[in-house]
Structures are given as structure tokens and as C-alpha cells.
Design a protein around this ligand. Structure first.
Ligand code: G6P
Length: 369
């Protein structure tokens, strides 16, 4: 088993460190930065259909659902197609309005999640076209769908999903660009610019991983907390949700992710010196707004841990701890900001003596309802 872990103490840590590689594998043969072109062989037979769709519905569970929320931002931003993101378990028991013009994207690492499979079957009966985003080749979901794109992240053993999540986000990024290309909502020069940057994201993830020692120090400081809040805006919001899910899954600390601006409608009541608040505070369109949210937390003596853009000076004046990630286009922020949050949860869980790879009561794939 030590051999399988490749020298790492846990599969989760190994999988976190595999991300520069897994994301590269996920993009291989699919992006052509010099030409400004995305090719997704798995869905190419639907290329024409994508020009005329009214709506996309994303269905998933758990971490895959968080990836779906990132996908919503990207698809709406670039392809200008309205997107709804649904928990498969809820969607399957509603009487949703689905037409033949709808495309349903089912996201699943394992490809075996019972609720997601049931949601697919229902949408299929009602005439929708179903795309899958899966990690396990030949699993049940890829067989149920009309077409799909594999994440190619390699086997994920840790119950808490890490590299599968970033690979799902990568595929959704590619899908957003692909749909934009089909619909003509993006110019070739813009695609050249975005794809050139995306091509270098694996190296930036490598840089983000280099904050590991600092993250360990931060983990030491907050490991005994009983609650933790994660806040972000825009596509930083699903990153906050995923950060909170990772922490609660493996360390058993109660954690909540919230859109930073919603804090004033509830979570702010919980803030005191015992409450660590993790902010996604990178330099993008919501930077100034997030700064004022940080001030609100500091005014109530909360402990602020901020994920910031390299070289940031503003947030550093206010936050108790800052963890830097490389600068990037806002589209790629979720891929980078997720990395320190994975490491933070990992170290906290190890320090608390938890079974990181196999947390209590959780299963890698949930094949029953
Ligand atoms: C379980 C796993 C999660 C995963 C979720 C959905 O809860 O512990 O890590 O996100 O199922 O699984 P799927 O395989 O469909 O992505």
C-alpha cells in the first residue's frame, strides 16, 4: 500500500499532488491554443445541436455538484446559454420541465451514483440529450448517456474528491469554450488568449502546491475549532462550498460555505474570536466587495484566512493569514483557489488524528438511494 501511495502518507495527499499532471491529461488533445480551438471528440456528433439549445441542466451529487456550479458560471459567461444546476436526488423526484431542446449534463466521478443515474433516466425518457462527465471509463453513467467527456484524472482512492473535482472543472471549462465556439459567442483571438493561459494552469497549480508548509502552519492554528466558515463570490462561491465540504468530510469540523455577501443574512451572527473564516479573496471582479466582507468579519474579531493573488498587499493588511496563489484569468480561479483549501483540510484532519482516506460514515460512491 505504501508503494501505491507513491511515498505520500495518504492517498488524498498523493491525489492532491497529482493535479498538475491530471489536469494536463484532461486537456491533452482537446485544446489547440495557437489556433484558438477546442476539440471534444466525445460530444462532437452534437456540435450542430449545440448551436440551438435553449438551456442546459446540470445534475450531480456532492463534490460533482460543486463542479457543476462552477460550470454554470463558465457556460453562461462564455456560451451565453442559461444553465440550471440541480442535486440529482431532488431533480429526480420533482416533475421538472424538460424538452427535447434541453441538454442535461450529468457529472459523476465514479459514474455509479444511484441518484444521478435515476435523474439521467428520467431526463432521457422526456427527450433530453444527455452528456456525461465521468472519471471511470465504462462505468454505468457513461453507458446511460448519449455522449460524454471523460475527465482522465486516473483512479481516485481517497473518499474525499480532489483531483476528480479539478478535472471536472477543467472539462466544464473546455465545454464552455467549445459551446461558445459553436455558438459564435467568442472570438478566435479571445479563445487563443484563454487557451494559452489554460495550457499553463498545471504549472500554476504546481506553484500553488508550494504553499504547503505555510498551509500546515495555518492548519495548526485553527485545528481545534468547532466551526469554520468559507466565503467567496462569483465562481469563488462554489470553491467556498467545496472547501467547506472537504473540511467537514475529513476533519469532522462543522463547516459552511456561503456567498460572501449573504453572510449578513445569517452567518455573521456566529462570528467571534473562535470562528475561523476562510475567504477566497483573489484579485478579480469581486475583490473590492470581498475586502469589505473581510472588514466586517475583523470588526467582530473573527480569524481571517485569505486565499489571495500573489503579491497582494490590501488583504494582507487585514487578514490573520494569507495564502497566495498565482494570478490568473477569473475563468481559471476555481482551479487554483481549490488547491490550498484541499491542503488545509488535509492537514487539519491529520492533526486531529482522523482517517483521512476513509472518513467515517462516507463512501466513495453511493450506489444506493
Ligand atoms: C460520495 C463521495 C463524494 C462524491 C459524491 C458523488 O458522496 O464521497 O466524494 O462527490 O459521492 O459521487 P460521484 O461519483 O457521482 O461524483
Amino acid at each position: 500500500e505504501m508503494l501505491e501511495k507513491g511515498g505520500f502518507d495518504h492517498f488524498m495527499l498523493k491525489e492532491i499532488y497529482e493535479q498538475p499532471r491530471s489536469i494536463k491529461d484532461c486537456m491533452r488533445g482537446r485544446i489547440y491554443p495557437e489556433e484558438g480551438k477546442v476539440q471534444l471528440g466525445g460530444i462532437k456528433e452534437f456540435a450542430e445541436k449545440l448551436k440551438n439549445i435553449d438551456r442546459i441542466i446540470i445534475v450531480a451529487c456532492g463534490t460533482s455538484w460543486h463542479a457543476g456550479l462552477v460550470g454554470e458560471y463558465l457556460i453562461e459567461e462564455y456560451a451565453r446559454i442559461p444553465v440550471e444546476v440541480e442535486y440529482a436526488s431532488e431533480f429526480r423526484y420533482r416533475n421538472p420541465i424538460i424538452t427535447e431542446k434541453d441538454v442535461v449534463i450529468a457529472i459523476s466521478q465514479s459514474g455509479e451514483t444511484a441518484d444521478t443515474m435515476a435523474a439521467i433516466e428520467m431526463a432521457k425518457e422526456r427527450g433530453a440529450t444527455i452528456f456525461g462527465i465521468c472519471n471511470v471509463a465504462g462505468a454505468s453513467i457513461p453507458r446511460l448517456t448519449h455522449a460524454g467527456v471523460y475527465t482522465h484524472a486516473g483512479p481516485e482512492i481517497g473518499v474525499a474528491s480532489t483531483k476528480a473535482f479539478t478535472a471536472q472543472v477543467t472539462v466544464l471549462t473546455l465545454m464552455a469554450f467549445y459551446m461558445a465556439q459553436q455558438k459564435g459567442t467568442i472570438t478566435t483571438s479571445k479563445l487563443i488568449e484563454l487557451l494559452t493561459e489554460l495550457d499553463h494552469i498545471p504549472e500554476k497549480i504546481q506553484v500553488a502546491l508550494e504553499s504547503n508548509d505555510l498551509i500546515k502552519e495555518v492548519a495548526e492554528k485553527i485545528k481545534d475549532s468547532t466551526n469554520c466558515l468559507f466565503l467567496g463570490r462569483g465562481s469563488g462561491f462554489p470553491v467556498a462550498l467545496e472547501g467547506a465540504l472537504k473540511l467537514k468530510e475529513i476533519s469532522y469540523i462543522h463547516a459552511e460555505g456561503y456567498p460572501a455577501a449573504e453572510m449578513k443574512h445569517g452567518p455573521i451572527a456566529l462570528i467571534d474570536e473562535e470562528m475561523p473564516v476562510v475567504f477566497i479573496a483573489t484579485q478579480n471582479s469581486s475583490y473590492e466587495k470581498v475586502i469589505s466582507n473581510i472588514q466586517e468579519v475583523k470588526a467582530r474579531k473573527g480569524k481571517v484566512i485569505a486565499i489571495v493573488t500573489q503579491g497582494d498587499t490590501e488583504v494582507k493588511k487585514m487578514a490573520d493569514y494569507c495564502i497566495e496563489i498565482p494570478d490568473a484569468n477569473e475563468a481559471f480561479l476555481p482551479l487554483l483557489a481549490t488547491i490550498p483549501l484541499q491542503l488545509l483540510s488535509y492537514h487539519i484532519a491529520v492533526m486531529r488524528g482522523c482517517n483521512v482516506d476513509q472518513p467515517r460514515n462516507l463512501a466513495k460512491s453511493v450506489t444506493v438511494e
